[in-house]
Unconditional design. Structure first.
Length: 278
């Protein structure tokens, strides 16, 4: 496929269940956005994708997927099934959203300290990237720090991408400033150009810690390099950043999420207007 400018909106593939029709079709969690189904562009949040899957069980359906890492479109053929052994017809969790700069607002997990909330949550040093939550995708640098600060002592579900498995998983972490070490999470996280997810799959192996000059003050570590926006933070505290997006649709109206785990109906467990459809 040739490189093209991505559409403004699409269905973000958040998770792909192992051995599901979605995995068999080759859909990739986090990086793939479904932009059309059976020739119909998916330009708004509606029932077209779900209804098409429901009404074509055991029949091949043509999708177009945009991969944000490779910046390419490709044709994908999925065969919905109600007997593949899991929940949902395709076994994928998706959310309709804008995906301009979707890969820029991620936090690279660096050092994970022993016995910390991050360690208890199963975060892996230099392998994991924090990419979002079930309620929102991060739209600027402050979003993650603000979330951690506001949710002190509360369990936070996070979508975490692993370069080791090349997949996204859901983890739960509870910020605790009294855990016995620095910060409320007990891990260093990097944000900015040097900490984006590698586009080249050959570069997905976790890198060794780089020999960079660091300066530690008040529990935070600033990485000195040529990119001013690259910052390593031990204790997530809001720092100055630039919001590159003209608006954040997630803060006004939580987008549709189609989650195979629920198996149908609606859930009010996370937010009033968060829908689960199967």
């Amino acid at each position: 496929s040739n490189k093209e400018e991505p559409p403004e909106f699409g269905y973000h593939v958040l998770q792909v269940t192992p051995n599901s029709p979605g995995e068999i079709a080759g859909l990739n969690s986090f990086f793939d956005f479904i932009t059309s189904v059976s020739g119909t562009p998916l330009v708004m949040e509606d029932e077209v994708l779900v209804d098409t899957l429901k009404t074509n069980v055991d029949k091949p359906i043509d999708l177009v997927a945009y991969n944000s890492r490779d910046e390419t479109y490709r044709a994908v053929q999925v065969v919905p099934s109600n007997s593949w052994g899991g929940a949902g017809f395709a076994g994928i969790s998706v959310r309709f959203c804008s995906y301009a700069k979707a890969n820029e607002h991620v936090w690279h997990v660096l050092n994970v300290h022993p016995a910390s909330p991050a360690k208890l949550a199963g975060l892996e040093s230099y392998i994991d990237y924090i990419v979002g939550t079930p309620e929102l995708l991060f739209n600027n640098q402050d979003d993650f720090y603000t979330l951690v600060k506001e949710k002190e002592g509360e369990a936070i579900p996070l979508y975490v991408y692993s370069t080791q498995t090349d997949n996204v998983r859901l983890v739960t972490i509870t910020p605790n400033g009294s855990w016995g070490g620095q910060g409320s999470l007990g891990c260093d996280v990097g944000y900015g150009y040097l900490h984006t997810i590698p586009k080249n799959k050959a570069a997905l192996a976790p890198p060794a810690p780089t020999q960079q000059t660091t300066q530690t003050t008040n529990g935070s570590t600033e990485t000195q390099n040529d990119t001013p926006s690259d910052t390593t933070i031990d204790n997530p505290v809001p720092i100055q950043s630039v919001d590159h997006s003209p608006f954040n649709p997630y803060k006004e109206n939580l987008p549709l999420e189609w989650n195979p785990v629920t198996g149908g109906g609606y859930s009010q467990s996370m937010a009033n207007n968060r829908q689960f459809l199967e």
